[in-house]
Design a protein around this ligand. Structure first.
Ligand SMILES: *[C@@H]1O[C@H](CO)[C@@H](O)[C@H](O)[C@H]1NC(C)=O
Ligand SMILES: *[C@@H]1O[C@H](CO)[C@@H](O)[C@H](O)[C@H]1NC(C)=O
Ligand SMILES: *[C@@H]1O[C@H](CO)[C@@H](O)[C@H](O)[C@H]1NC(C)=O
Ligand SMILES: *[C@@H]1O[C@H](CO)[C@@H](O)[C@H](O)[C@H]1NC(C)=O
Ligand SMILES: *[C@@H]1O[C@H](CO)[C@@H](O)[C@H](O)[C@H]1NC(C)=O
Ligand SMILES: *[C@@H]1O[C@H](CO)[C@@H](O)[C@H](O)[C@H]1NC(C)=O
Length: 460
């Protein structure tokens, strides 16, 4: 679509809004460039919906790109809406966001790809084991040999003579070689001395330091390194989330949620993801940001413009949970780089929700109960959202990156409720890191980095 066409469309929509009553019917033709138009429509529709008040009818006709729930019909939605102050604010925000997105996308094409350096620890194997081979020296002791020379007289036949005299002593033999060294003699122990006098009491030491982050978390649960980076595919959008179910073992499907929409794409496998063959699932509410997760058959997402998260999927039912005192609009993001207010995370302990407190803007984590879809506990990390680029949770530990998303600069043990002394490199700075999520199912880190969808193996 050309810029002019787009402007015309925006204009039309604006006029419709200004009139502030009546039905807005957007007929959208199915063609290759439909996606962008849909998103525009989606945003505007959400503006209307947020102020709505009533949702009167759902007329199935035409193509809105939404998969009908059962019979293959494609519904198009007609809304009756009323305009109020809130919708104006939200519209403003959306327009700003859209401008930002267009800007980013323009940049994206002109930008050279930044080659990625992986925060992979080079494992230095320092296995220089010195073996001390012990040699036993055998000393050969030479036996001394003495030779005695004796003279004797041969007797003549006849009477026995007198016994001869003893011969003279022979010459002494040569000296033998010296024997081996003997064992060291033992000195007998001396007597025990008297105890010394008691020393004087020392000066009092300086006051101890206040408690510091420690690493006494279960060591196997701290990330040692991120290894084996693998590019899965390249996406067209800068902002998005890609997910596999983090609990169901044999579910190989992949879902993609691009920032601000009410549909997610469903791919049957990595192969169909790579060949771009997807179905579309309508999740019934507009979502925002890149903080969603698929866990045990449900998609958990932030309902745009609200302080609520919802889940939805195979049951097709929608349940919502409202979080008090959470920043959720006016561009006061939890994770500014990815336009995310709420970040959901699943790990070995279940489901978590990361958000920023509207009281003091510190990063809070709520542990969620899946069965009742309620908050079990809140954890205050006291870390300011303004220092955070992105965040993920693995094995009970929250990891937060710096604002350039190049290093993990803060870690917090959620089970013990205290910070962990740990930092590590992640990627070279530059470009938009939209998403960083851990999956306990395969122990992989799922990444959406400058449109590249990537996997790392998390090595604990
Ligand atoms: C992934 O893609 C990026 C961007 O093209 C490239 O720099 C990087 O080398 C690739 N990584 C792998 C492991 O192929
Ligand atoms: C000669 O040698 C024998 C044996 O050693 C000794 O008993 C004897 O007294 C010796 N005789 C003389 C005369 O030295
Ligand atoms: C954190 O760890 C680093 C290196 O492991 C160490 O140099 C530093 O002193 C530690 N800081 C605290 C507060 O324990
Ligand atoms: C994937 O397919 C959609 C239409 O189904 C198309 O709009 C989009 O450009 C394709 N993406 C890529 C990366 O080819
Ligand atoms: C997934 O949901 C089923 C019920 O739908 C439940 O029995 C199971 O424990 C859940 N699994 C996890 C990992 O939460
Ligand atoms: C988090 O903890 C800090 C420090 O104790 C406190 O000042 C702040 O009010 C707490 N924030 C919330 C939202 O509980």
């Amino acid at each position: 679509m050309t810029l002019t066409q787009r402007l015309v469309l925006y204009g039309t929509c604006a006029v419709a809004l200004m009139n502030s009553v009546g039905l807005l019917v957007l007929l959208v033709q199915q063609n290759q460039q439909q996606g962008r138009l849909e998103r525009t429509e989606a945003r505007l529709t959400e503006v209307e919906q947020s102020s709505v008040v009533e949702f009167i009818q759902e007329v199935p006709r035409g193509a809105a790109g939404l998969r009908a729930s059962a019979g293959g019909e494609q519904p198009q939605y007609q809304y009756q809406y009323s305009r109020n102050k809130r919708s104006e604010e939200m519209e403003k925000e959306l327009k700003q966001e859209m401008q930002e997105i267009h800007l980013e996308e323009g940049k994206e094409f002109s930008e050279q790809e930044v080659s990625q350096e992986v925060g992979e620890e080079t494992e230095k194997k320092m296995k220089h084991k010195h073996r001390h081979s012990q040699r036993y020296h055998k000393t050969q002791v030479q036996d001394d040999m003495m030779m005695m020379m004796t003279y004797s007289m041969v007797p003549l036949p006849g009477a026995d003579g007198m016994p001869g005299q003893n011969g003279t002593d022979g010459i002494p033999g040569v000296n033998g070689t010296p024997g081996a060294d003997g064992k060291r003699g033992k000195r007998p122990p001396g007597e025990k001395g008297e105890p010394g006098e008691k020393g004087a009491r020392g000066e009092p030491g300086p006051p101890g330091e206040t408690s510091q982050p420690s690493n006494d978390v279960i060591i196997e649960c701290l990330i040692k390194s991120l290894i084996n980076p693998r590019n899965v595919t390249k996406m067209e959008s800068t902002f998005g989330t890609w997910m596999k179910d983090t609990a169901q073992l044999n579910d190989e499907r992949i879902w993609v949620a691009e920032h601000f929409s009410r549909v997610v794409k469903e791919y049957q496998s990595i192969a169909s993801f790579q060949s771009n063959t997807s179905d579309v699932v309508d999740v019934r509410k507009f979502y925002q940001g890149c903080g969603h997760t698929v866990h045990n058959g449900s998609l958990y997402y932030h309902i745009a413009g609200t302080s609520s998260i919802a889940f939805h999927f195979h049951t097709k039912s929608l349940r919502t949970l409202s979080i008090d005192h959470a920043l959720h609009h006016n561009l006061a993001y939890l994770l500014h780089n990815s336009k995310t207010y709420f970040k959901l995370a699943a790990d070995e302990n279940g489901l978590w929700l990361i958000f920023a407190s509207s009281m003091d803007e510190s990063i809070m984590v709520a542990q969620l109960d899946q069965k009742t879809f309620s908050v079990t506990s809140y954890i205050n990390t006291t870390y300011p959202r303004t220092k955070a680029g992105n965040a993920f949770i693995a094995c009970g530990v929250l990891y937060v990156t710096d604002t350039k998303d190049s290093r993990v600069t803060f870690a917090f043990d959620l089970l013990k409720g205290k910070p962990v002394n740990m930092t590590f490199d992640l990627r070279s700075p530059g470009g938009v890191l939209a998403m960083l999520s851990y999956s306990p199912k395969d122990r992989h880190l799922y990444v959406w980095d400058q449109g590249y969808v990537r996997l790392y193996v998390v090595h604990f």
